[in-house]
Ligand binder design. Structure first.
Ligand SMILES: [Zn+2]
Ligand SMILES: [Zn+2]
Length: 292
């Protein structure tokens, strides 16, 4: 039977929650290394990136080949049309047969709630909208992009939805615990949990923009930013083989709790320099499936 996940009493204070929950948790750091050998016929190679923030042209490395490319959100600075078009064109140059993309908090134009709210306030006051080096004009330009998701023609865009590749179930969702009024922000606790409750059990590769609590979520100030209920959902109900995310740039790397492998694939570092290599992993093909 499916386990029902409850909101944790310390949900709103993830750092304090981890002090308690972390006592009984294993966090093993794994090596991030791009494999030199080609992928076998009986395995599906995933190549993961995140948080490229329209800075792909500054990358000093190429993207390794594989079967499935995954981008876990924040491919733009604020979701302006030209940023999305540029990202989509770049996706078109990648050799991977399948490309899966979710949005992050920076894709303002992808979140209808954000767009409607911004337009209703006819531009909103400074301070009410994100200010990460983006002007009101940039944001106004972004929210006036119609049908922005249709500009992504070279990938499968997931938003609280899933796709099956080679018999492996992949599910993607852009939501994150709120900070500073960005896209796909939700209050910690039941609002986030409602979104996680939509993730079907038995997903093989889960893609979220936010990290769960305790894995790849340590901010440089020493604070934990991950979602308490996402960790509970992943460990106790969904139990994916891999959980891929980004969002907390300084949390880049791969960890495991002994059962699930957690991948913070943030390409940009904390200074928005795209220096982190894509994270590559191979998943065995399910019985009865081939790659042809
Ligand atoms: Zn980011
Ligand atoms: Zn983000």
């Amino acid at each position: 039977m499916d386990e029902t996940i409850e909101v944790h009493p310390l949900s709103a204070s993830p750092t304090a929650a981890w002090k308690e929950i972390g006592q009984t948790q294993k966090v093993l750091k794994l090596n991030v290394k791009v494999p030199s050998a080609a992928v076998g016929f009986d395995k599906v190679r995933f190549v993961c990136m995140s948080d490229t923030h329209s800075l792909i042209r500054y990358m000093t490395f190429g993207v390794p080949d594989g079967d499935v490319f995954v981008h876990a959100g924040d491919f733009t600075r604020c979701g302006q049309k030209d940023e999305v078009v540029q990202f989509d064109a770049w996706l078109g140059t990648l050799p991977h047969k399948h490309k899966i993309v979710i949005a992050g908090n920076h894709e303002l134009s992808f979140d209808k709630r954000f767009v409607d709210k911004f337009k209703a306030k006819s531009g909103a006051d400074e301070g009410e909208v994100p200010n990460y080096g983006k002007t009101q004009d940039n944001i106004r330009d972004a929210v006036n992009t119609d049908n922005v998701k249709r500009l992504l023609t070279n990938c499968t865009y997931l938003e609280d939805s899933g796709v099956e590749v080679y018999g492996l179930k992949v599910y993607g969702t852009p939501w994150q615990p709120e900070f500073g009024n960005w896209a796909f922000n939700l209050p910690r606790g039941s609002a986030c949990l409602e979104k996680w409750d939509q993730i079907p059990a038995g997903v093989d590769v889960l893609v979220t923009h936010t990290p769960p609590l305790g894995h790849g979520d340590l901010v440089c100030s020493g604070v934990r930013a991950g979602c308490v209920e996402l960790l509970a959902t992943v460990q106790r109900r969904v139990k994916p083989k891999y959980h891929v995310f980004g969002h907390i740039h300084e949390g880049y790397g791969v960890t495991s709790d002994g059962k699930i492998i957690y991948v913070n694939a943030s390409t940009c570092d904390i200074n928005y320099f795209p220096r982190n290599l894509p994270v590559v992993f191979d998943v065995p093909l399910p019985p009865g499936y081939t790659k042809n």
